[in-house]
Ligand binder design. Structure first.
Ligand code: NAD
Length: 466
């Protein structure tokens, strides 16, 4: 078992010993990481697929490696500018003086990661942490053990343990990890565990970034062509078999289009995946426990009166291949409408007025993502103004996550703090305020014993009865 406190102590000592790395050193670390991933691309893709049972290489490439490499390229291009101290104005009362903000590494950053994108959600935060000049400890998910072990071995060839260390282990190690006095802890996972992590971190006053989940809604407004919506909605929902934090969780459609939309969507899904069993393009559910949860979710909803529209191929329980399933108008108190689905099940809910659909969204916790389909900009603006979510894609799903120049994060129950790109650099840096007092600065003139000069200065700046 890894000595977690020992590793943290070694990293802390290294921070004190070596100070903040310069631009060159940070870029070299990022280049090394990019080269390492490229060199071991096939092994990494195979490890992820083996952890799932099956996951198409294209999904690992599109969903993990492409955003990772784009992110590294973006950081490379901008890091010099981000690291530059920012000039700020010193207050009139404090002149002559100059003020600036300097970005310092925080020190040691902990990364606790989930299994659903086991590469991007470990290495993505690592990129931001290295760009900001930190040392890093990573605890990948125990549900993707092959990928975790490969990351441990590969990162071990690139970085000394006191720079980047990967520790394997289950929930017990994760709990111990979350209790370490890091300078910052980035947690990606469920809202339930996020609560426990924030509590553990609070006892050390360790600041946290929580990248959590939730029920991300899709609103199809009356003007939008259903077949066009079905294309990008099906792509986002059934990618990785719905095991994506920003996957569309449920869809709101105008009541008179409910049945037509369900049929168009299922036709589209069946065209994308003509079969489920043995289809190399369709991802398995990560574990039996999660598969059983999805089976129970559909059973409960149908028992409560929802109609289930299933893919013609029933899938394969032993191989954890769960078929795409639409739940038409399920009761709002069933599991599929109370919990994050995190699988290939999609409830479709009818609405009468767009205001009702927005009220439905606003009745739940603030989601991680919101998707709105409409070509009418004024209506889209109204929906965006009247709702809250971590991020938004208009007229498609999930694509905002892949934008290196946009912050990624949740709000309320879907998370705290955002990363990626500039926001990631700033989140994992300390913005240190530095005031340099000028040679002829006379601020000591307002010191005690207080007399006329102090009164003159305070009157000048506060004002007073005239
Ligand atoms: P999870 O919360 O079960 O586990 C995440 C990590 O926390 C794992 O490394 C696990 O070992 C660790 N952990 C488990 N119990 C812990 C405890 N008591 N204290 C500290 N750490 C503990 O999540 P998961 O099942 O791996 O992932 C699915 C969830 O993650 C979904 O809710 C999904 O929406 C969310 N998610 C969010 C994002 C995002 O960026 N916002 C991305 C992917 C997944």
């Amino acid at each position: 078992m890894a000595d977690l406190s020992g590793l943290l102590e070694a990293q802390r000592l290294a921070v004190l010993r070596d100070g903040a790395p310069g631009l060159k050193e940070r870029l070299a670390a990022l280049d090394g990481l990019a080269a390492l991933v490229r060199r071991h691309l096939e092994d990494l893709i195979a490890a992820v697929s083996a952890d799932f049972g099956n996951r198409p290489r294209q999904e690992t490439e599109l969903g993990e490696l492409m955003p990772l490499m784009n992110g590294i390229r973006h950081v490379r291009r901008h890091l010099k500018g981000w690291m530059k101290p920012q000039r700020r104005g010193a207050g009139l009362a404090f002149q002559p003086a100059s003020a600036r903000v300097e970005y310092q590494p925080l020190g040691v950053v902990g990364i606790l990661a989930p299994w659903n994108y086991p590469l991007f959600l470990t290495l993505g935060p690592l990129v931001d942490a290295l760009a900001a000049g930190n040392r890093v400890m990573i605890k990948p998910s125990e549900l993707a053990p092959r990928t975790a072990e490969m990351l441990r071995v590969l990162l071990g060839t690139l970085f000394a343990d006191d720079r980047v260390a990967v520790v394997a282990g289950g929930a017990d190690i994760a709990q111990e990890f979350s209790r370490l006095p890091f300078d910052h802890l980035v947690f990606t996972g469920s809202t339930r565990v996020g609560r426990a992590v924030m509590q553990a971190a609070a006892s050390n006053l360790t600041p946290v970034t929580l990248e959590l989940g939730g029920k991300s809604p899709v609103l199809i407004l009356p003007d939008y062509p259903l077949d066009k919506a079905a294309r990008t909605l099906a792509m986002g929902k059934f990618f990785n078999a719905g095991q994506t934090c920003v996957a569309p969780d449920y869809v709101l459609v105008p009541r008179d289009r409910l049945d037509a939309f369900a049929q168009i969507l299922m036709d589209r899904v069946q065209a994308m995946y003509p079969a489920i069993s043995g289809n190399p393009d369709y991802t398995s559910i990560i574990a039996d426990r999660h598969h059983a949860r999805l089976v129970a979710m559909v059973a409960e909803a149908t028992a409560a009166g929802a109609q289930a529209m299933r893919h013609r191929d029933p899938g394969n329980d032993a191989a954890r291949l769960f078929p795409p399933t639409l739940l038409i108008d399920p009761p709002v108190d069933c599991m599929a409408m109370r919990e994050e689905i995190f699988g290939p099940i999609l409830p479709i809910i009818p609405y009468d007025r767009v205001e009702d659909a927005m009220a439905f969204v606003n009745a739940g916790p603030k989601p991680l993502a919101l998707y709105c389909y409409s070509d009418d900009s004024a209506r889209v603006a109204k929906v965006l103004d009247g709702t809250r979510s971590g991020g938004v894609t208009v007229n498609a799903t999930m694509l905002h996550v892949g934008q290196e120049d946009l912050p990624f994060g949740g709000v309320g129950e879907s998370g705290t703090g955002a990363y990626h790109g500039r926001e990631g650099f700033q989140r994992l840096s300390h913005a240190r305020a530095v005031l340099r007092v000028g040679r002829f600065n006379q601020s000591h003139l307002v010191a005690a014993p207080y007399g006329k000069m102090t009164q003159w200065v305070t009157r000048l700046f506060i004002g007073g009865p005239s």
